[in-house]
Design a binder for this molecule. Sequence first.
Ligand SMILES: [Zn+2]
Length: 45
Amino acid sequence: MALNMELARLLACPKCLGVLSVLPAQDGLICAACGVVSPCATASR
Ligand SMILES: [Zn+2]
């Protein structure tokens, strides 16, 4: 959903402050720079 994409843009990687991308399953975020995966704590469901 567009909302998730916008949310990802607002968030930065906690490790390197890189850009996060939404996982295909939309159940988390992955950092394009260091590959760290963060569970989507703010998921709407
Ligand atoms: Zn990172």
